[in-house]
Design a protein around this ligand. Structure first.
Ligand SMILES: Cc1ncc(COP(=O)(O)O)c(C=O)c1O
Length: 388
């Protein structure tokens, strides 16, 4: 019914992912977008909006709000109130505004490490200090875990005022459980730490894991947290630069809105983003379910291929998102040597050391591509490293 196997050539299209290497021989499985067409319902909504001919200032429609509310009701069994919903042009803009709204210059902002590379830039750009709590890999559990004792220590020692939580976590792929989220809520409530919960990868999950929007988990989280989400990752709408922000707590929301007002964002909204968000959240559930199935197939294919052919790479199986964290440490190579090896094999991954010191010796692969492209990439990797 949906053809995720179709290969689209994106080289020479100004695709950031594919054209960043300036080398048409490189297979780009790096930057977090997918090589799939978005659902046809979104394309139709955009064409219909384009046909209108006027693209001027526009309010959010009843249909837009119903789509966002309906999405959370259907997919997460969470009833959100309309006044909790706000928006920005993109996730990073929302994160930047949250940091400015919830903290003061010089304050410490906490993030789990390994962490995604734009986060330090945002915190620095807000003239705050980024501090990290390292997520250790628990061998017995086979996953990265949160060291709550050390998290609490960092919060006390650095007098942390806000915590940027990425859930599902990028790059480890962890989807935090209800228990973990509750514990985070308890610790943050104890020290009055605001939570900025980036949930943009929350619509792709595997193996029965369930993404839980933080604010629905406990009263503490409801009052401490701003959720930032978007259909960008799951429906391949990154070029629409739009984020939905959900803040149930009135005081927290007012702080955010005061910051946002400074940019007059309510007045000028991209009309195409609104049409795309409405269509994604109201008409594309079946497409998303099919995508999840296809990506699970890719994940299983990748895991089995590497176990059989390149067993010295360890696959950290993600619980959510189409990013997979690969442990190359057995090869004993420096980040630069790994980079050269991958480029020499015409493979583009996201380099592990860009996720902070805990990322050294790792690489992140993006499996949001047709299986044949993934297979070709893995064959190249096997050629460069394989022992099987
Ligand atoms: C965790 C996380 N947050 C935010 C973003 C950016 O989202 P957008 O470009 O849709 O604003 C990314 C993109 O890779 C991401 O991985």
């Amino acid at each position: 019914m949906y053809n995720f196997d179709k290969v689209r050539n994106r080289i020479g299209t100004y695709s950031f992912k594919w054209d960043q290497y300036q080398d048409e021989n490189i297979l780009a499985l790096s930057t977090a977008d997918m090589d799939f067409d978005s659902p046809k319902e979104i394309k139709e909504a955009l064409i219909a909006r384009a046909e209108e001919g006027i693209y001027a200032y526009e309010d959010k429609s009843e249909g837009y709000y119903q789509a966002v509310e309906g999405w959370y009701e259907r997919r997460f069994h969470w009833a959100i109130k309309r006044e909790w919903i706000t928006n920005t042009p993109g996730v990073w803009t929302a994160m930047h505004l949250c940091v400015e709204a919830f903290t003061e210059p010089g304050d410490a902002v906490l993030v789990h490490s390994p962490h995604f590379s734009p986060i330090p830039n945002i915190v620095k750009g807000c003239h705050r200090r980024m501090v990290t709590n390292v997520m250790p890999y628990d061998k017995a559990a086979g996953k990265y875990v949160i060291d709550f004792a050390s998290m609490e220590n960092v919060i006390i020692k650095e007098q942390v005022k806000a915590f940027i939580m990425i859930n599902p976590q990028n790059p480890t792929g962890r989807v935090f459980t209800e228990e973990e989220l509750k514990k985070i809520g308890e610790i943050c409530a104890k020290y009055q730490v605001s939570i900025i919960s980036d949930e943009v990868h929350g619509h792709v999950v595997y193996d029965g894991h369930r993404h839980l929007p933080a604010c629905m988990v406990s009263e503490e989280l409801k009052h401490l947290t701003a959720i930032i989400t978007a259909p960008s990752k799951s429906f391949n709408l990154q070029g629409m630069t739009y984020a939905v922000v959900i803040i149930p707590d009135e005081d927290l929301r007012e702080k955010f809105e005061a910051e946002r007002r400074g940019y007059n964002m309510e007045f000028a909204v991209n009309v195409f983003s609104l049409a795309a968000v409405e269509a994604a959240y109201s008409k594309c559930d079946r497409w998303l379910d099919a995508l999840n199935e296809y990506l699970l197939g890719n994940l299983n294919f990748l895991t089995e291929y590497i176990e059989k052919n390149i067993p010295d790479i360890k696959v950290i199986r993600p619980e959510g998102s189409y990013m997979v964290w690969l442990d190359f440490r057995k090869f004993g190579k420096t980040p630069e040597e790994l980079r050269q090896l991958l480029l020499g094999a015409h493979i583009g991954f996201t380099y592990g050391d860009s996720f902070g010191p805990e990322g050294e010796g790792y690489e992140r692969i993006n499996i949001g591509c047709p299986r044949s492209v993934l297979e070709k990439c893995l064959e190249r990797l096997k050629g460069a490293l394989g022992t099987g």
